[in-house]
Write a protein that binds this ligand. Structure first.
Ligand code: SF4
Length: 421
């Protein structure tokens, strides 16, 4: 049992109680997205492996594998008072704090029991950014150096911590993430007065610089750059959606700037969820979850499909993405003059703009059409479903005729998309 100070009272907390508090407090961080895995828990029947113990979440490794992580805060004490955060200094929540040794031991115990494949560690800010970051680095260093831990480690970065600490964090962690928190500097300064937007960007820039310095010369076997030695899984960030008035255009422009300016691997979008005793400056209700989903789809279009932000938001209204249809389809419906696209001749970057055709399917089309002219059935077999695609393509035996320009096309595809839910 350890003592923790909560207000003026000293309270005794067991390790399991701390785990319950500090894993629950970590759930607001979306930087490790959960999978749709079925719940399993063998801890009651003597077996090994669990997907639902306290603090266990799911994420994706750089190679695409879904992995289970112990997701906890080192502490939910915090000297800052960000009004959107349940752990802010003025919040009336029960506080707890792990020691470095406790997090190390929990990680090793969970790992040996096959509950997890790695650790996601964040923290409220205690004493100072340097002190907090040093404690988090010590967890990762002890796991790697003392216990030869080979699992995945994702550390949150505390902006304003010393550059040497950030660089050392990258030595031990696979991934680092610095939360940008809100889409605009004005919102951040209003809602999180102790946080400085420039300090967040400086931390990101420093990490990216150090990562690039650590990258070995030459190319990997697949012709791509070799992975960096520091934080080889890259750095990411999280943005809260719907706490301020920023529209989707503002959010996506900020994301595009982060991707190009700091080489981020991922921007995570987290729909604001109302918290107890919240400030009247915050909305009472969360934004529709579909908004978060559309932002992820739009983000995907920027990173893998060659779309610019302005193209994406042109498919919506007043800076907001269309909640009824996905952003690629919304763009295609607004640019029907560019369709139909001939699957036997169109360039890869144009095929990537056809609703219903993903990157893998487009690459299979390009490969297959070297050998024979593709029919609608060929495309259907590769795409799995042709309903959304057919109005936007031509094939050896298919032309959509007036379907592409049909005034009722949006209604038809919206109905189809809704039927999927
Ligand atoms: S610094 Fe982090 S933990 Fe502390 S109040 Fe702000 S968001 Fe919450």
């Amino acid at each position: 049992m350890a003592s923790e100070r909560n207000g003026n009272n000293m309270v005794q907390l067991s390790l399991s109680r701390k785990l319950a508090i500090l894993s629950d407090a970590a759930k607001y961080d979306a930087s490790c997205a959960s999978s749709g895995s079925a719940k399993r828990d063998s801890s009651q029947n003597g077996g090994i492996g669990s997907t639902e113990g306290s603090g266990i979440c799911h994420s994706y490794a750089p190679d695409g594998r879904c992995i289970s992580l112990l997701k906890v805060l080192l502490t939910n004490f915090c000297v800052y008072d960000c009004i959107y955060c349940v752990n802010r200094s003025s919040s009336n929540v029960q506080r707890a704090r792990f020691s470095v040794e406790e997090v190390v031991q929990l990680t090793l115990d969970f790992y040996k029991r096959n509950y997890i494949e790695g650790l996601f560690l964040s923290s409220g800010i205690i004493r100072s950014p340097d002190y907090t970051m040093e404690e988090m680095v010590r967890v990762a260093r002890t796991l790697r150096d003392t216990h030869r831990f080979g699992g995945y480690i994702h550390l949150k970065v505390i902006p304003n911590a010393a550059p040497e600490l950030l660089a050392e964090a990258g030595v031990w962690a696979d991934r680092l993430s610095t939360n940008i928190e809100l889409p605009t500097d004005v919102s951040l300064e209003t809602f999180a007065p102790e946080k400085k937007p420039s300090a967040i960007r400086t931390a990101m820039a420093h990490i990216e610089g150090k990562r690039e310095e650590s990258r070995p010369d030459g190319k990997a076997a697949d012709g791509k750059k070799k992975p960096t030695k520091l934080a080889p899984a890259g750095q990411s960030t999280q943005m809260i959606v719907g706490a301020d008035r920023a529209d989707d255009a503002v959010i996506l422009r900020r994301s595009a700037a982060l991707y190009s300016g700091y080489g981020l691997k991922r921007v995570y979008y987290s729909a604001f969820s109302p918290i107890p005793d919240a400030s009247s400056r915050l909305p009472l209700a969360p934004p529709p979850l579909m908004r978060e989903h559309r932002l992820y789809q739009a983000d995907w279009l920027m990173r893998f499909y060659g779309f610019g932000v302005e193209e994406i938001v042109s498919g919506g209204t007043d800076g907001l993405l269309d909640l009824k249809v996905d952003p690629k389809l919304a763009w295609a419906l607004g640019n029907r003059g560019l369709f139909p696209m001939d699957v036997n001749r169109a360039a890869r970057e144009m095929l990537l703009r056809v609703p219903g055709l993903g990157v893998r399917v487009v690459d299979r089309i390009i490969d297959a059409r070297r050998h024979h002219r593709l029919t609608l059935a060929d495309v259907a077999a590769m795409a799995g479903s042709i309903g959304k695609v057919r109005a936007f393509i031509e094939a050896a035996d298919w032309t959509p005729g007036g379907l592409t320009d049909d005034a009722g096309l949006r209604g038809k595809v919206v109905t189809k998309q809704l039927e999927l839910f």
